[in-house]
Design a protein around this ligand. Structure first.
Ligand code: ADP
Length: 594
């Protein structure tokens, strides 16, 4: 699992094997049924060469034999076709079930991904894994895996039939084994890293393209189109090289494989002939064995063909399983000595350093004690680290060193639901989930009764429209549409339900819809009432109205105190105030957001 830090982890071969085994054995009865049907079909396929061998043996002796043999062969072929049909139906059903399970597992893993990991790895890698790798793996499970099983069954049964015709006749088939073994081993050793490299190169390509498209305006504004193009060209070149490498591997391997399975046919014919001359085997047995060896080429070929596909699928599975292996950014796993309960509501930041990328500290030695019920404003120039500090205070990021505690317990030691009862970040995110209005509210507190929902909606003055709509009305995409203001109120109602004692309000991301601002402003004020509020202040009057102002500059706290005191002190805050505020007292002056 040792991966460069910038991409999501990749599972190792043993983990992939263990997971694949678990998947395959998920429905043992269906697996057994399809294996049985395929084996019967393969057995029916063995009848014809046997009868032909008999015919050669008895040539010219009994007139009736040929007609009987013909009838038996026809019946066997028909039976084989019918059995194969049912076997295919059974195994396809099984594959679909397995693919469904795979997708469910994957979605769950993606949803559980630590936020920090996603931010660090970039969305391109995740997008590539969600699309390309899942598609590749679906194809592997739907086509490659069942066909491999069929081929294996057929090969084993055919070898059994040869042994039945005469154990000695198995010997010439063995000439293929060393060639196949050596060349397949050579290939498999190189194929896994080769295909992993190809997949990773696709990830980088997707990521680069996604980034360029997402940031098209910025790319244009900065005039870096050439640089972006050059990056895309480099990524394509890398993909090309990776594809060429795997192509080269196949071009070396496949000729050896081709030779390897023509050898036994010739060998059986020659050796069978010699044995017959020696009287060691009958003519019929030698004939049947040669036909069987010929017949085995098909399944062996398919087996080797799919081996390649299985390799690609294995590489994709490794990447998909890797998503579940991202290290948690919280320390609340089982095995902790005790569940800590915060003693009090005070939040303390002690000696905190934080970096998004190693070696680039965004916050440096931040110390801050927030009293319960306090209104704190964090101000500072754009890029000073205000939003970052806000996310640390809300427990979204975990400090690199130092600690952020509530009531003495580190935020990252609290289970998520518990954390959300302590601190919440008020953001612009007001997604309406597909479901009833009630479902949308219960996300915040699943056990809340209807009268609590009503109370929450009343608090933010949304009960009127909500009761008119009805709690059981379906909302979200494709159902009743809520206005942006209603969606925002829904988000605020969730906060009231979750009832954290502290709110982190990032003004850059929690701006209210200006068309309905006044109404929402009142709703928001109702939510803030009685709670500790940490405002990431991008607007001046927020700082002015706060109990205490903290000035952040280049990741350090340079000043802290009430507005008046700081103005009186004539330090950095007074200078900021002067420059923001200017001669007129317009409250809409902004300090530059993110
Ligand atoms: P402010 O809110 O004071 O404007 P931020 O906390 O948003 O400052 O950003 C501080 C610094 O951290 C900036 O240099 C910004 O580019 C960087 N930064 C912010 N978010 C991320 C992120 N998700 N990944 C990497 N760097 C980030």
């Amino acid at each position: 699992m040792s991966q460069p830090q910038s991409t999501l982890p990749v599972a190792d071969a043993a983990e992939v094997r263990a997971y694949a085994r678990r998947l395959v054995l998920l429905h043992p009865r269906q697996l057994a049924a399809s294996l049985l049907l395929y084996s019967l079909a393969a057995a029916a396929g063995l009848v014809a060469p046997w009868m032909l061998g008999d015919l050669v043996q008895d040539a010219g002796r009994h007139a009736g034999t040929a007609a009987t043999a013909g009838a038996v062969i026809c019946a066997a072929v028909a039976a084989q076709a019918l059995l194969e049909r049912y076997a295919t139906v059974t195994s396809t059903r099984l594959s679909e079930k397995i693919v469904a399970r795979l997708r469910e597992d994957f979605v769950r893993k993606v949803l559980e991904l630590p936020l920090t990991t996603v931010e660090r790895a970039g969305s391109g890698d995740l997008v590539a894994r969600t699309t390309r790798d899942i598609d590749v793996l679906s194809r592997t499970v739907q086509l490659a895996a069942p066909d491999t099983l069929i081929a294996l069954c057929t090969i084993l049964l055919t070898l059994g039939a040869i042994a039945l015709a005469g154990p000695l006749l198995l010997l010439p088939s063995l000439v293929a084994v060393p060639v196949l073994w050596a060349s397949t081993r050579w290939y498999l050793r190189r194929a896994r890293p080769g295909y992993l490299r190809a997949s990773a190169s696709y990830s980088r390509l997707t990521e680069g393209l996604t980034e360029t498209v997402d940031g098209a305006r910025t790319v244009e504004a900065l005039g870096i189109a050439k640089r972006r193009l050059a990056r895309t060209d480099r990524d394509i070149a890398e993909s090309y090289a990776a594809e060429r490498h795997t192509l080269w591997l196949r071009s070396v391997y496949l000729p050896f494989a081709d030779t390897a399975y023509m050898l036994p046919v010739a060998a059986t014919l020659v050796v069978g002939g010699l044995f017959y001359v020696d009287g060691a085997v009958s003519l019929g047995a030698a004939t049947a064995a040669t036909l069987y060896v010929q017949q085995i080429i098909g399944p062996v070929d398919r087996l080797l063909f799919w081996m390649d596909e299985l390799q690609v699928g294995g590489a994709s599975l490794a990447r998909i399983l890797g998503v579940g292996q991202a290290l948690p950014d919280r320390h609340t796993e089982a095995g902790q000595d005790a569940v800590h309960t915060p003693a009090g509501q005070g939040i303390e930041v002690r000696g905190v350093h934080y970096a998004y990328r190693e070696g680039h500290d965004i916050l440096r030695d931040v110390n801050l004690v927030i009293r319960p019920g306090e209104r704190l404003a964090i101000v500072g120039p754009s890029g000073a680290g205000k939003s970052t500090l806000g996310r640390l205070l809300a427990g979204i990021h975990t400090p690199r060193t130092g600690s952020v505690t509530v009531g003495g317990v580190p935020l990252d030691a609290l289970p998520l639901p518990e954390l959300r009862r302590q601190v919440a970040l008020v953001s612009q995110e007001h997604h309406v989930f597909r479901g009833t209005l009630r479902d949308n509210l219960l996300i915040a507190r699943p056990e809340a009764a209807d009268d609590e929902l009503e109370k929450a909606l009343k608090t933010i003055d949304a009960w009127e429209w909500a009761s008119a709509l009805g709690l059981d009305t379906e909302v979200g995409s494709g159902a009743a549409r809520l206005s942006p203001a209603q969606a925002q109120q829904l988000a605020l109602a969730r906060l009231v339900l979750a009832d954290p004692h502290t709110l982190v309000l990032d003004e850059a991301t929690a701006q209210l819809d200006p068309r309905t601002a006044r109404h929402l402003e009142r709703s928001l004020a109702a939510v803030l009432e009685g709670r500790t509020v940490i405002a990431i202040a991008h607007r001046l009057h927020t700082a002015h109205d706060a109990d205490r102002v903290v000035v952040l500059d280049d990741g350090r706290i340079t000043e802290a105190g009430p507005h008046r005191e700081l103005i009186g002190r004539g330090g950095p805050y007074a200078a900021l105030w002067e420059s923001w505020h200017g001669p007129d007292e317009g409250p809409a002056v902004r300090t530059g957001g993110t």
